[in-house]
Design a protein around this ligand. Structure first.
Ligand SMILES: CC(C)(COP(=O)(O)OP(=O)(O)OC[C@H]1O[C@@H](n2cnc3c(N)ncnc32)[C@H](O)[C@@H]1OP(=O)(O)O)[C@@H](O)C(=O)NCCC(=O)NCCS
Length: 169
């Protein structure tokens, strides 16, 4: 029923529509476009969910920095959007799961997300403080989360620094 695949150029318009409808504003759609044009974009980690060949969901993972003793590249999950008429059918979960599997296969160490713990805990995301990873935002500890992958090592700690394109969100 749900088909998950990488985005292609003809999807860009509908991806923007899905983000705008899901969030009720254009900021996230614009963020997707800015990340695509930046060196933080990971083409194989921009995924769409199709139902009957129509794109109804989108997830983007891109590179962000983790600054500690050294600066390490990790993965940030944002944004995730499912068309309002298709929410609560497992589409968002399928996108997260597919993205985590691809990131793991790419030997990425960890994925960071700012979001609802109720939604993300089911995938194994935990508060970042557990891993000595500090949020750049003044938010409750439980909403800034980390999912470690097979390539995770203890050296991955410090403060998360998002690229400038995130500043307008
Ligand atoms: C969040 C979102 C991507 C989830 O997609 P989805 O396809 O509805 O998710 P699934 O059907 O896989 O899972 C539904 C679960 O997500 C939870 N959920 C959905 N939206 C939620 C929200 N705004 N706040 C808290 N939990 C939410 C539901 O409670 C449900 O949990 P349950 O299974 O325990 O009832 C989708 O609702 C959406 O696009 N929301 C608007 C955009 C947004 O907030 N994105 C940011 C995510 S951090």
């Amino acid at each position: 029923m749900i088909n998950i695949r990488c985005e292609t150029l003809p999807d860009y318009t509908v991806i923007a529509e899905v983000n705008t409808l899901a969030f009720g504003q254009e900021n996230e759609a614009k963020l997707v476009e800015k990340i695509r044009r930046s060196d933080r974009y990971i083409p194989e980690l921009s995924l769409v969910a199709e139902v009957e060949n129509v794109v109804v969901g989108h997830i983007l993972f891109s590179y962000i920095n983790l600054v500690g003793e050294e600066t390490l590249q990790v993965i940030g999950l944002a944004p995730l959007a499912v068309h309002p008429q298709f929410q609560r059918r497992g589409i968002g979960s399928a996108l997260v799961q597919a993205g985590l599997e691809k990131a793991d296969a790419k030997k990425e160490a960890l994925v960071i997300v700012l979001g609802h713990p109720h939604f993300y805990n089911r995938f194994g995301f935990q508060p970042s403080v557990i891993y000595e990873i500090e949020s750049p935002f003044l938010v409750p500890e439980d909403v800034f989360m980390v999912k470690t992958l097979q390539s995770y090592e203890k050296k991955y700690k410090g403060k998360v620094v998002y690229p400038a394109v995130f500043e307008e969100i």
